[in-house]
Design a protein around this ligand. Structure first.
Ligand code: NAG
Ligand code: NAG
Ligand code: NAG
Ligand code: NAG
Ligand code: NAG
Ligand code: NAG
Ligand code: NAG
Ligand code: NAG
Ligand code: NAG
Length: 637
């Protein structure tokens, strides 16, 4: 016998007649004998072996009910979906689709020869797992890991863990068996030793044919006595190509109620795949140079170019796909018919403003934004942000026929701040307290995107019509359509809204968080004055505000203070005059607004300073303590 001797085989030996047993012990062990129970030994110092190496394990999908899609299998082995889909010849359009039970996959392994003590080294690829309730070394080895490891080997590589008393949450290494070729194998053209679990239904010649190997070569590596569920190594000269179904697997029946959703998803994803090519061409033509490698793991980046070429994808395409496909997991994908039904075929009656429609789907009201192929940036940015003062993206939809893309957001009940300030739609006027609260909400949302996203996000289009008010009149920032991630960039293409655009951006195209501060300052001025950011004659509000308020820090004598107060009182929103609140609070906010609209970006406060200043005001704190508004998180620092 050669390769893998299972622990229970030893028990069978006891049943043999004694003379035969003695004979067995007298025989020299076969040259290639390797105990697979606790791992395949290797010699860390033997330079004729090419450790470490990249190799693959053959892995059938669906070994447990959880392992029916690429991301859960990727998670199990600590690799991304693309690292499996590319060598496995799975179309990128099926990345998020369910797999067929038993669908063949190649999982990439980083194989190394690990010394466990001075005299014992075994070759394996690490799969680390956080122990969950119900996990056992044995159960995981024969279940999810499909016998690509054994519980004995798991015990050997995790000497500090007690197999009978595993604590939930501890990390265990599951050694996935692998081997790297030696010099004589490399010399004969063998570049890979694929890890394969021999199945009871397999016969060796059929396995050899399937992978383009020779039976003799397989037995040369593994010995002739191959048992079911043994891990064997198949020597091949190149990664064999797998034939894959071109459609997504049907959804398992136990998840019947989610069927529509997942089918919708796979259809959407399929379409996305096709249209991505168009998007890719577009990006290539109009952007040319840039694109980082975010969303790519280190290993994936190192992955040999050959495997990527095999899939027929350029690295850039793969990057792009990785970014978009990451969004697919997080969001619901809506069907175009669903949206048409919800909006009465995008009827003018359901139009909210611009290209945003209101629609009710499954009893839930959404705001649906219709776009051409420019949704990608917004999608990319929104998937990184999650904050109560930012409008939440719920899902998206792709309509291949019209080449439209739809972003579906939470519906924010009370409409835009613009409509409250400048349109007669609402009978009520906003109180000063409500206005201050809105200012703090917006400042908190901006502070979050400026300080807590990486790379930083600049909204670029802060204005009262992009600030939405919910049923409690709390504010949420909407419309990340122009947002940029990454800072201090220079852009040639000036976008934004007259009256809110920072002068340095208009002049030089300088993009920085300070341009949002400027626009926020203009919103504060709108809140104080009730005037629009730009009037009919094209005069901008921020310029007149600077005149009204005068230059801060100049002669601070009493007379000047009085004059300033008079001017501010005359300038502010008439409806506020009857409101009872400390007038000083308006002057404080006005001072802050004027600082925000400073022509020199370096003299503007940061969003952190602004949140602090808005909250610090004693008047405000008194105000909010009345109705129990919780203090913004920044106060807790
Ligand atoms: C490999 O070499 C190192 C130092 O070169 C030595 O300490 C170690 O014992 C060797 N291991 C084996 C298995 O020969
Ligand atoms: C499978 O999924 C169930 C529920 O989603 C979870 O409780 C269980 O831990 C998962 N099993 C594995 C092996 O991941
Ligand atoms: C090395 O580890 C193996 C496997 O755990 C064990 O069988 C062997 O006794 C150990 N040898 C030494 C010298 O510790
Ligand atoms: C894999 O696990 C072994 C044993 O825990 C460890 O010695 C080795 O450094 C790990 N290798 C990698 C690449 O993480
Ligand atoms: C792994 O091997 C055991 C027998 O050792 C077998 O019962 C089990 O079904 C195998 N698992 C898989 C996924 O083939
Ligand atoms: C199991 O492990 C926990 C924590 O590691 C320990 O407190 C407990 O005594 C252990 N139980 C047994 C039976 O060893
Ligand atoms: C292996 O399978 C093939 C095709 O399924 C069959 O033709 C062949 O006879 C089988 N060989 C053995 C040794 O069972
Ligand atoms: C390489 O591995 C093969 C198969 O295990 C073996 O027959 C051969 O002797 C090895 N060659 C070297 C140089 O170790
Ligand atoms: C990939 O799978 C498709 C569909 O089964 C097949 O037609 C094609 O030949 C495969 N490509 C490669 C490179 O194996």
């Amino acid at each position: 016998m050669s390769a893998p001797a299972h622990h229970h085989h030893h028990r069978h030996l006891l049943l043999l007649p004694l003379p035969l047993l003695m004979l067995l012990f007298l025989l020299p062990p076969p040259a290639s004998a390797q105990p697979s129970t606790s791992g395949f030994t290797c010699s860390p110092n033997d330079t004729s072996y090419s450790y470490p190496c990249h190799t693959y394990a053959f892995y059938p999908a669906g070994l447990t009910t959880n392992l029916t899609d690429l991301s859960s299998i990727g998670d199990l082995f600590g690799v991304s979906r693309l690292m499996i889909s590319i060598p496995s010849n799975i179309s990128s359009s099926l990345l998020s689709s369910p797999l067929y039970p038993g669908q063949p996959l190649f999982v990439p392994l980083s194989c190394s020869c690990n010394s466990l003590n001075s005299s014992y080294a075994i070759s394996f690829s690490n799969a680390s797992r956080i122990i969950q309730s119900g996990d056992t070394f044995y159960g995981l080895s024969i279940g999810p890991f499909g016998n690509l490891t054994t519980y004995q080997s798991v015990e050997v590589v995790n000497p500090t863990l007690v197999p009978t008393n595993l604590s939930i949450g501890v990390q265990a290494i599951f050694p996935i068996f692998c081997k790297c070729p030696n010099s004589s194998q490399l010399g004969s053209g063998v570049t890979l030793l694929l890890s394969y679990v021999f199945q009871p239904s397999d016969n060796l010649s059929e396995v050899a044919t399937r992978f383009g190997a020779q039976v003799q070569a397989i037995t040369g590596v593994n010995g002739a006595n191959i048992q079911p569920y043994d891990t064997i190594f198949i020597p091949v000269s190149k990664l064999p190509s797998l034939a894959q179904p071109t459609t997504a697997a049907p959804v398992p029946s136990l998840k019947e109620e989610r069927k529509g959703l997942v089918i919708g998803l796979s259809v959407g994803v399929g379409v996305l795949g096709v249209l991505l090519i168009a998007l890719f061409a577009f990006l290539l033509l109009f952007r040319g140079k840039r694109r980082g490698k975010q969303g790519f793991t280190e290993v994936e980046r190192k992955m040999d170019g050959e495997a990527i070429r095999k899939g027929g994808l350029s690295e850039m395409e793969v990057n792009l796909m990785a970014d978009v496909s990451d969004c697919l997991d997080k969001y619901r994908v809506f069907g175009i018919n669903e949206l048409k039904e919800a909006t009465g075929g995008f009827s003018p009656g359901s139009l909210i403003q611009g290209s945003v429609y209101k629609g009710c789907i499954d009893g839930e009201v959404y705001a649906i934004k219709k776009m051409k192929w420019n949704a990608y940036e917004e999608l990319k940015i929104l998937q990184k942000v999650n904050h109560g003062n930012l409008v939440k993206l719920e899902g998206f939809c792709i309509d291949p026929e019209e080449a439209n893309c739809y972003l579906i957001y939470e519906f924010v009940q009370n409409g835009s701040l613009y409509s409250w300030l400048h349109e007669s739609r609402h009978n009520e006027k906003l109180s000063w307290k409500t206005r201050l609260r809105i200012a703090i909400d917006v400042a908190n949302g901006l502070q979050y995107i400026h300080e807590h996203t990486r790379p930083q996000v600049v909204h670029k289009d802060i204005k009262s019509s992009n600030i939405l008010l919910d049923s409690n009149m709390r504010a949420k920032i909407a419309n990340f359509g122009l947002a940029k991630s990454g800072c201090n960039a220079i852009t040639m293409h000036i976008v934004g809204t007259q009256g809110y655009i920072a002068p340095e951006y208009l002049a030089d195209g300088v993009v920085s968080t300070r341009m949002d501060v400027f626009s926020f300052g203009v919103v504060l001025l709108e809140l104080i004055s009730g005037k629009e950011a730009i009037d009919e004659e094209g005069n901008v509000l921020w310029a007149s505000a600077t005149d009204v308020f005068g230059t801060q820090g100049s002669s601070e004598d009493d007379e000047d203070e009085v004059g300033r107060s008079k001017r501010v009182r005359a300038w502010m929103d008439e409806s506020l005059v009857e409101d009872s609140f400390p007038f000083e609070s308006v002057v404080n906010v006005m001072g802050l607004a004027v600082a925000c609209v400073n022509k020199d970006p370096s003299k503007r406060p940061s969003m952190v300073d602004i949140v602090y200043a808005l909250c610090k005001s004693d008047d405000f704190v008194l105000d909010v303590s009345e109705d129990g508004l919780s203090a913004p998180p920044v106060l807790a620092r």
